[in-house]
Ligand binder design. Structure first.
Ligand code: FAD
Length: 383
Protein backbone atom coordinates (compact mmCIF):
# COMPACT_ATOMS: atom_id res chain seq x y z
CA UNK A 1 0.00 0.00 0.00
CA UNK A 2 1.16 3.56 -0.76
CA UNK A 3 2.28 5.79 2.11
CA UNK A 4 -0.38 8.36 3.04
CA UNK A 5 0.06 11.79 1.49
CA UNK A 6 1.94 14.08 3.87
CA UNK A 7 0.63 17.65 4.08
CA UNK A 8 2.22 20.67 5.82
CA UNK A 9 -0.29 23.31 6.94
CA UNK A 10 1.01 26.79 7.80
CA UNK A 11 -1.38 28.52 10.25
CA UNK A 12 -3.64 27.12 12.94
CA UNK A 13 -6.62 29.47 12.51
CA UNK A 14 -10.10 28.28 11.58
CA UNK A 15 -9.01 27.45 8.01
CA UNK A 16 -5.82 25.63 9.05
CA UNK A 17 -7.43 23.51 11.78
CA UNK A 18 -10.44 22.63 9.61
CA UNK A 19 -8.20 21.63 6.72
CA UNK A 20 -6.07 19.45 9.03
CA UNK A 21 -9.21 17.58 10.11
CA UNK A 22 -10.66 17.33 6.60
CA UNK A 23 -7.31 16.07 5.23
CA UNK A 24 -6.92 13.49 7.97
CA UNK A 25 -10.47 12.21 7.23
CA UNK A 26 -9.20 11.67 3.65
CA UNK A 27 -6.31 9.53 4.88
CA UNK A 28 -3.54 12.18 4.79
CA UNK A 29 -0.88 12.74 7.46
CA UNK A 30 -0.93 16.38 8.50
CA UNK A 31 1.49 18.67 10.37
CA UNK A 32 0.18 22.10 11.36
CA UNK A 33 2.64 24.93 12.12
CA UNK A 34 1.19 27.83 14.10
CA UNK A 35 3.39 30.81 14.95
CA UNK A 36 1.57 31.70 18.20
CA UNK A 37 3.07 30.11 21.31
CA UNK A 38 -0.42 29.24 22.58
CA UNK A 39 -3.97 29.46 21.27
CA UNK A 40 -5.62 32.52 22.80
CA UNK A 41 -9.37 33.04 22.57
CA UNK A 42 -9.37 36.15 20.32
CA UNK A 43 -11.88 37.34 17.76
CA UNK A 44 -15.20 37.80 19.60
CA UNK A 45 -18.30 36.38 17.88
CA UNK A 46 -18.84 34.55 14.59
CA UNK A 47 -21.90 33.70 12.54
CA UNK A 48 -21.75 30.32 10.82
CA UNK A 49 -24.36 29.51 8.22
CA UNK A 50 -25.54 26.18 6.82
CA UNK A 51 -22.86 26.01 4.09
CA UNK A 52 -20.03 26.04 6.67
CA UNK A 53 -22.01 23.96 9.19
CA UNK A 54 -22.44 21.20 6.58
CA UNK A 55 -18.64 20.84 6.32
CA UNK A 56 -18.17 20.78 10.09
CA UNK A 57 -20.79 18.04 10.27
CA UNK A 58 -19.06 16.01 7.53
CA UNK A 59 -15.76 16.11 9.44
CA UNK A 60 -17.46 14.94 12.64
CA UNK A 61 -18.11 18.26 14.37
CA UNK A 62 -21.86 18.83 14.15
CA UNK A 63 -22.68 22.23 15.57
CA UNK A 64 -26.16 22.93 16.83
CA UNK A 65 -27.94 24.55 19.72
CA UNK A 66 -25.58 22.84 22.18
CA UNK A 67 -22.62 24.77 20.70
CA UNK A 68 -24.01 28.09 19.59
CA UNK A 69 -27.27 29.98 19.50
CA UNK A 70 -29.44 29.28 16.52
CA UNK A 71 -30.60 32.46 14.76
CA UNK A 72 -34.28 32.48 13.93
CA UNK A 73 -34.40 36.02 12.61
CA UNK A 74 -32.29 39.11 12.06
CA UNK A 75 -33.71 42.50 12.97
CA UNK A 76 -32.57 45.41 10.84
CA UNK A 77 -32.83 48.81 12.56
CA UNK A 78 -31.99 52.37 11.68
CA UNK A 79 -28.98 53.24 13.83
CA UNK A 80 -29.92 56.92 14.15
CA UNK A 81 -33.62 56.59 15.04
CA UNK A 82 -33.60 53.05 16.42
CA UNK A 83 -36.69 52.32 14.27
CA UNK A 84 -37.23 48.73 13.09
CA UNK A 85 -36.72 48.56 9.30
CA UNK A 86 -37.44 44.86 8.81
CA UNK A 87 -37.21 41.40 10.32
CA UNK A 88 -35.61 38.75 8.12
CA UNK A 89 -36.51 35.20 9.16
CA UNK A 90 -33.91 32.46 8.70
CA UNK A 91 -35.46 29.74 6.50
CA UNK A 92 -36.04 26.56 8.51
CA UNK A 93 -33.74 24.37 6.44
CA UNK A 94 -30.83 26.86 6.53
CA UNK A 95 -29.44 26.90 10.04
CA UNK A 96 -27.27 29.77 11.13
CA UNK A 97 -25.64 29.84 14.52
CA UNK A 98 -23.77 32.51 16.42
CA UNK A 99 -20.96 31.52 18.73
CA UNK A 100 -17.67 32.88 19.97
CA UNK A 101 -14.60 32.29 17.84
CA UNK A 102 -13.05 30.78 21.01
CA UNK A 103 -15.80 28.13 21.16
CA UNK A 104 -15.23 27.09 17.55
CA UNK A 105 -11.46 27.09 18.03
CA UNK A 106 -11.79 24.96 21.19
CA UNK A 107 -13.88 22.35 19.34
CA UNK A 108 -11.46 22.24 16.42
CA UNK A 109 -8.46 21.96 18.76
CA UNK A 110 -10.06 19.12 20.76
CA UNK A 111 -10.75 17.19 17.54
CA UNK A 112 -7.19 17.81 16.30
CA UNK A 113 -5.74 16.63 19.64
CA UNK A 114 -7.79 13.42 19.40
CA UNK A 115 -6.56 12.66 15.87
CA UNK A 116 -3.38 10.56 15.68
CA UNK A 117 -2.82 11.57 12.02
CA UNK A 118 -2.39 15.26 12.94
CA UNK A 119 0.64 16.87 14.62
CA UNK A 120 0.11 20.42 15.89
CA UNK A 121 3.18 22.60 16.52
CA UNK A 122 2.83 25.93 18.30
CA UNK A 123 5.55 28.61 18.49
CA UNK A 124 6.37 27.43 14.95
CA UNK A 125 6.68 30.39 12.60
CA UNK A 126 7.27 29.52 8.96
CA UNK A 127 9.94 31.80 7.44
CA UNK A 128 10.83 30.09 4.16
CA UNK A 129 9.53 27.55 1.63
CA UNK A 130 11.36 25.53 -0.98
CA UNK A 131 9.09 23.99 -3.61
CA UNK A 132 10.90 21.01 -5.11
CA UNK A 133 9.96 18.55 -7.84
CA UNK A 134 9.24 15.66 -5.49
CA UNK A 135 8.63 17.39 -2.15
CA UNK A 136 7.96 20.82 -0.68
CA UNK A 137 9.90 21.99 2.40
CA UNK A 138 9.38 24.71 4.95
CA UNK A 139 11.82 26.33 7.34
CA UNK A 140 10.74 27.57 10.76
CA UNK A 141 12.17 30.60 12.56
CA UNK A 142 14.31 28.32 14.79
CA UNK A 143 15.93 26.78 11.69
CA UNK A 144 13.97 23.48 11.76
CA UNK A 145 13.15 22.16 8.25
CA UNK A 146 10.22 19.89 7.41
CA UNK A 147 9.13 18.36 4.09
CA UNK A 148 5.88 17.00 2.73
CA UNK A 149 4.02 16.22 -0.50
CA UNK A 150 1.95 19.44 -0.33
CA UNK A 151 1.95 22.69 1.63
CA UNK A 152 -1.19 24.65 2.48
CA UNK A 153 -0.84 28.33 3.37
CA UNK A 154 -3.69 28.98 5.82
CA UNK A 155 -1.79 31.85 7.40
CA UNK A 156 -4.34 34.63 7.11
CA UNK A 157 -4.55 37.96 5.28
CA UNK A 158 -0.89 38.81 6.00
CA UNK A 159 0.23 35.40 4.74
CA UNK A 160 3.93 34.73 4.29
CA UNK A 161 3.13 31.68 2.16
CA UNK A 162 1.46 33.91 -0.43
CA UNK A 163 4.76 35.38 -1.65
CA UNK A 164 5.67 31.90 -2.96
CA UNK A 165 2.43 31.75 -4.98
CA UNK A 166 1.39 35.19 -6.23
CA UNK A 167 2.04 38.92 -5.85
CA UNK A 168 -1.24 39.93 -4.14
CA UNK A 169 -0.91 42.37 -1.23
CA UNK A 170 -3.42 43.25 1.50
CA UNK A 171 -5.51 46.17 0.29
CA UNK A 172 -6.91 48.41 3.04
CA UNK A 173 -10.67 48.75 2.57
CA UNK A 174 -11.00 52.15 4.29
CA UNK A 175 -13.03 50.46 7.03
CA UNK A 176 -12.20 49.67 10.64
CA UNK A 177 -13.86 46.88 12.61
CA UNK A 178 -14.34 47.25 16.37
CA UNK A 179 -15.27 44.18 18.37
CA UNK A 180 -16.16 43.59 21.99
CA UNK A 181 -17.78 40.98 24.20
CA UNK A 182 -19.62 42.21 27.28
CA UNK A 183 -21.65 40.62 30.07
CA UNK A 184 -25.37 40.50 29.29
CA UNK A 185 -26.01 42.74 32.32
CA UNK A 186 -24.15 45.62 30.59
CA UNK A 187 -26.58 45.65 27.63
CA UNK A 188 -29.08 48.58 27.80
CA UNK A 189 -32.63 47.31 28.18
CA UNK A 190 -33.79 48.89 24.88
CA UNK A 191 -31.48 46.60 22.92
CA UNK A 192 -32.63 43.07 22.15
CA UNK A 193 -30.44 40.51 23.93
CA UNK A 194 -31.90 37.53 22.08
CA UNK A 195 -31.67 38.30 18.37
CA UNK A 196 -29.08 39.31 15.84
CA UNK A 197 -29.61 43.04 15.26
CA UNK A 198 -28.10 44.93 12.38
CA UNK A 199 -28.00 48.70 13.01
CA UNK A 200 -27.44 50.80 9.88
CA UNK A 201 -26.33 54.45 9.73
CA UNK A 202 -24.46 56.67 7.26
CA UNK A 203 -20.83 55.57 7.06
CA UNK A 204 -21.07 52.97 9.84
CA UNK A 205 -22.99 49.96 11.07
CA UNK A 206 -23.19 47.78 14.14
CA UNK A 207 -24.07 44.10 14.57
CA UNK A 208 -25.12 42.81 18.00
CA UNK A 209 -25.94 39.28 19.15
CA UNK A 210 -25.70 36.98 22.16
CA UNK A 211 -22.90 34.37 22.36
CA UNK A 212 -21.66 31.77 24.86
CA UNK A 213 -25.14 30.22 24.98
CA UNK A 214 -26.64 33.58 25.94
CA UNK A 215 -24.19 34.32 28.79
CA UNK A 216 -22.40 37.11 26.92
CA UNK A 217 -23.14 39.70 24.26
CA UNK A 218 -21.10 40.39 21.14
CA UNK A 219 -20.93 43.71 19.31
CA UNK A 220 -19.09 44.47 16.07
CA UNK A 221 -19.00 48.04 14.78
CA UNK A 222 -17.66 48.99 11.37
CA UNK A 223 -16.60 52.59 10.83
CA UNK A 224 -14.67 54.42 8.12
CA UNK A 225 -11.16 55.78 8.63
CA UNK A 226 -7.56 55.66 7.55
CA UNK A 227 -6.05 53.69 10.45
CA UNK A 228 -4.04 50.68 9.29
CA UNK A 229 -2.20 47.98 11.23
CA UNK A 230 -1.43 44.35 10.62
CA UNK A 231 -2.95 41.59 12.72
CA UNK A 232 -6.02 40.51 14.54
CA UNK A 233 -6.43 42.63 17.60
CA UNK A 234 -5.28 46.07 18.65
CA UNK A 235 -6.82 47.97 21.59
CA UNK A 236 -9.13 50.68 20.22
CA UNK A 237 -9.36 54.26 21.51
CA UNK A 238 -12.78 54.72 23.10
CA UNK A 239 -12.95 58.40 22.11
CA UNK A 240 -12.68 57.54 18.37
CA UNK A 241 -15.51 55.05 18.65
CA UNK A 242 -17.73 57.31 20.79
CA UNK A 243 -17.22 60.07 18.20
CA UNK A 244 -18.27 57.78 15.34
CA UNK A 245 -21.49 56.96 17.25
CA UNK A 246 -22.21 60.48 18.57
CA UNK A 247 -25.39 60.93 16.47
CA UNK A 248 -26.73 57.43 17.04
CA UNK A 249 -29.87 56.23 18.85
CA UNK A 250 -29.04 56.80 22.56
CA UNK A 251 -29.30 53.11 23.72
CA UNK A 252 -26.68 52.28 21.06
CA UNK A 253 -24.44 55.08 22.35
CA UNK A 254 -24.86 53.67 25.86
CA UNK A 255 -23.95 50.20 24.60
CA UNK A 256 -20.83 51.53 22.89
CA UNK A 257 -19.75 53.36 26.05
CA UNK A 258 -20.63 50.54 28.46
CA UNK A 259 -17.22 48.90 27.98
CA UNK A 260 -13.74 50.23 27.33
CA UNK A 261 -12.75 46.82 26.07
CA UNK A 262 -13.01 47.35 22.29
CA UNK A 263 -10.43 45.79 19.98
CA UNK A 264 -10.01 47.14 16.49
CA UNK A 265 -8.94 45.72 13.14
CA UNK A 266 -8.02 47.46 9.91
CA UNK A 267 -10.17 45.59 7.37
CA UNK A 268 -7.98 44.45 4.49
CA UNK A 269 -8.88 42.43 1.44
CA UNK A 270 -6.91 40.13 -0.86
CA UNK A 271 -7.82 40.03 -4.54
CA UNK A 272 -9.41 36.58 -4.99
CA UNK A 273 -8.72 36.57 -8.73
CA UNK A 274 -5.01 35.77 -8.55
CA UNK A 275 -3.58 32.26 -8.59
CA UNK A 276 -4.08 30.34 -5.33
CA UNK A 277 -1.63 27.61 -6.15
CA UNK A 278 1.84 27.07 -7.54
CA UNK A 279 3.59 23.70 -7.74
CA UNK A 280 2.96 21.84 -4.48
CA UNK A 281 1.75 24.95 -2.59
CA UNK A 282 -1.85 26.19 -2.21
CA UNK A 283 -3.43 29.09 -0.35
CA UNK A 284 -6.64 28.77 1.61
CA UNK A 285 -9.01 31.09 3.52
CA UNK A 286 -7.97 34.70 4.16
CA UNK A 287 -4.49 34.02 2.74
CA UNK A 288 -6.10 33.46 -0.67
CA UNK A 289 -9.09 35.81 -0.57
CA UNK A 290 -9.58 37.89 2.61
CA UNK A 291 -12.90 39.71 2.24
CA UNK A 292 -14.78 42.45 4.08
CA UNK A 293 -17.04 40.88 6.73
CA UNK A 294 -20.42 42.26 5.55
CA UNK A 295 -21.80 38.85 4.55
CA UNK A 296 -20.22 37.15 7.62
CA UNK A 297 -18.66 34.54 5.32
CA UNK A 298 -14.85 34.82 5.75
CA UNK A 299 -14.53 31.88 8.13
CA UNK A 300 -17.27 30.06 6.20
CA UNK A 301 -15.29 30.33 2.97
CA UNK A 302 -12.11 29.03 4.64
CA UNK A 303 -14.11 26.07 5.99
CA UNK A 304 -15.53 25.36 2.51
CA UNK A 305 -12.02 25.68 0.99
CA UNK A 306 -10.70 23.16 3.51
CA UNK A 307 -13.33 20.62 2.48
CA UNK A 308 -12.81 20.96 -1.28
CA UNK A 309 -9.03 20.93 -0.96
CA UNK A 310 -9.12 17.75 1.14
CA UNK A 311 -11.42 16.04 -1.39
CA UNK A 312 -8.86 16.76 -4.12
CA UNK A 313 -5.75 15.80 -2.16
CA UNK A 314 -7.46 12.70 -0.77
CA UNK A 315 -7.85 11.35 -4.31
CA UNK A 316 -4.37 12.02 -5.54
CA UNK A 317 -0.87 10.54 -5.54
CA UNK A 318 2.34 12.38 -4.49
CA UNK A 319 3.22 12.76 -8.20
CA UNK A 320 -0.10 14.45 -9.06
CA UNK A 321 -0.35 16.92 -6.18
CA UNK A 322 0.07 19.99 -8.45
CA UNK A 323 -2.89 18.93 -10.62
CA UNK A 324 -5.07 18.26 -7.56
CA UNK A 325 -4.31 21.73 -6.18
CA UNK A 326 -5.26 23.27 -9.54
CA UNK A 327 -8.59 21.43 -9.40
CA UNK A 328 -9.15 22.82 -5.90
CA UNK A 329 -8.66 26.36 -7.23
CA UNK A 330 -10.93 25.72 -10.23
CA UNK A 331 -13.60 24.32 -7.92
CA UNK A 332 -13.54 27.30 -5.57
CA UNK A 333 -12.50 30.53 -7.26
CA UNK A 334 -15.76 31.56 -8.97
CA UNK A 335 -17.88 31.00 -5.90
CA UNK A 336 -15.48 32.75 -3.53
CA UNK A 337 -15.13 35.70 -5.91
CA UNK A 338 -18.91 36.06 -6.04
CA UNK A 339 -19.14 36.02 -2.22
CA UNK A 340 -16.21 38.48 -2.04
CA UNK A 341 -17.96 40.89 -4.48
CA UNK A 342 -21.30 40.53 -2.70
CA UNK A 343 -19.65 41.37 0.64
CA UNK A 344 -18.12 44.50 -0.86
CA UNK A 345 -21.49 45.63 -2.32
CA UNK A 346 -23.26 44.89 0.96
CA UNK A 347 -20.85 47.25 2.78
CA UNK A 348 -21.79 50.08 0.42
CA UNK A 349 -25.52 49.42 0.93
CA UNK A 350 -25.18 49.30 4.74
CA UNK A 351 -23.38 52.66 4.88
CA UNK A 352 -25.60 54.69 2.49
CA UNK A 353 -26.42 58.30 3.33
CA UNK A 354 -29.10 60.84 2.32
CA UNK A 355 -31.88 59.88 -0.10
CA UNK A 356 -30.22 56.59 -0.97
CA UNK A 357 -30.37 55.58 2.69
CA UNK A 358 -34.13 56.25 2.74
CA UNK A 359 -34.59 54.29 -0.50
CA UNK A 360 -32.64 51.36 0.97
CA UNK A 361 -34.82 51.36 4.08
CA UNK A 362 -37.99 51.43 1.94
CA UNK A 363 -36.76 48.52 -0.20
CA UNK A 364 -35.92 46.55 2.93
CA UNK A 365 -39.33 47.27 4.44
CA UNK A 366 -41.23 45.99 1.43
CA UNK A 367 -38.88 43.29 0.18
CA UNK A 368 -38.88 40.82 3.09
CA UNK A 369 -39.49 37.72 0.96
CA UNK A 370 -36.86 38.75 -1.58
CA UNK A 371 -34.31 39.52 1.15
CA UNK A 372 -34.94 36.13 2.73
CA UNK A 373 -34.10 34.19 -0.42
CA UNK A 374 -31.59 36.53 -2.11
CA UNK A 375 -28.55 34.77 -0.71
CA UNK A 376 -29.75 31.18 -0.92
CA UNK A 377 -26.91 30.50 -3.38
CA UNK A 378 -24.50 31.11 -0.51
CA UNK A 379 -26.28 29.09 2.16
CA UNK A 380 -27.40 26.18 -0.05
CA UNK A 381 -23.82 25.03 -0.74
CA UNK A 382 -23.14 21.67 0.94
CA UNK A 383 -19.90 19.94 1.88
C1 FAD B 1 -14.96 42.16 12.27
C2 FAD B 1 -14.97 40.81 11.64
C3 FAD B 1 -16.11 40.01 11.77
C4 FAD B 1 -16.15 38.75 11.17
N1 FAD B 1 -17.27 37.99 11.31
C5 FAD B 1 -17.34 36.79 10.67
C6 FAD B 1 -18.52 35.98 10.78
O1 FAD B 1 -19.47 36.33 11.48
N2 FAD B 1 -18.54 34.79 10.10
C7 FAD B 1 -17.49 34.38 9.34
O2 FAD B 1 -17.58 33.31 8.71
N3 FAD B 1 -16.36 35.12 9.23
C8 FAD B 1 -16.25 36.30 9.88
N4 FAD B 1 -15.11 37.04 9.80
C9 FAD B 1 -13.98 36.54 8.99
C10 FAD B 1 -13.17 35.48 9.68
O3 FAD B 1 -12.85 35.84 11.00
C11 FAD B 1 -11.89 35.19 8.87
O4 FAD B 1 -12.21 35.13 7.50
C12 FAD B 1 -11.32 33.84 9.28
O5 FAD B 1 -10.96 33.88 10.64
C13 FAD B 1 -10.08 33.51 8.43
O6 FAD B 1 -9.52 32.32 8.89
P1 FAD B 1 -8.10 31.85 8.37
O7 FAD B 1 -7.85 30.55 9.07
O8 FAD B 1 -8.03 31.92 6.90
O9 FAD B 1 -7.07 32.96 8.90
P2 FAD B 1 -6.71 33.42 10.38
O10 FAD B 1 -7.83 33.21 11.32
O11 FAD B 1 -6.13 34.79 10.25
O12 FAD B 1 -5.56 32.41 10.83
C14 FAD B 1 -4.24 32.48 10.34
C15 FAD B 1 -3.31 31.79 11.34
O13 FAD B 1 -2.03 31.68 10.76
C16 FAD B 1 -1.04 32.01 11.72
N5 FAD B 1 0.17 32.45 11.00
C17 FAD B 1 0.32 33.59 10.27
N6 FAD B 1 1.56 33.64 9.73
C18 FAD B 1 2.20 32.50 10.10
C19 FAD B 1 3.51 31.96 9.86
N7 FAD B 1 4.41 32.62 9.11
N8 FAD B 1 3.83 30.75 10.40
C20 FAD B 1 2.92 30.06 11.17
N9 FAD B 1 1.66 30.53 11.44
C21 FAD B 1 1.31 31.73 10.92
C22 FAD B 1 -1.70 33.09 12.55
O14 FAD B 1 -1.10 33.22 13.82
C23 FAD B 1 -3.14 32.58 12.63
O15 FAD B 1 -3.34 31.72 13.72
C24 FAD B 1 -15.02 38.28 10.43
C25 FAD B 1 -13.87 39.06 10.33
C26 FAD B 1 -13.83 40.32 10.95
C27 FAD B 1 -12.58 41.14 10.86
Amino acid sequence: MDDPLSVLVVGGGIGGLTSALALSRQGCRVSVYEQAKAFRPVGAGLQLSSNALSVLERIGLPMGRQNGIEIEKTEVRDGITGRLITRIATPENRHTIVLSRAELQARLLAAVAADAAIELHTGAQMVDILDGKKLVSLTLADGTMRSGDALIGADGAWSQTRRFVNTARPDYSGRIAWRTVMPLSAVPSDISRHTVTLWLAPGAHLVTYPIDKGAAFNAVAITQGDWQAEGWSQPGAMTDLALAFARWHSPVQQLVQSTGNWLKWALCTIDPGMSWTKGRIALLGDAAHAMVPFMAQGAGMSIEDAWVLAQQLGRTTPQEVGGALQKYQTGRQDRVTRVWDTSMQQGKIYHLDGTLRLCRNAVMQTGGRFLKSRYNWIYDWQG
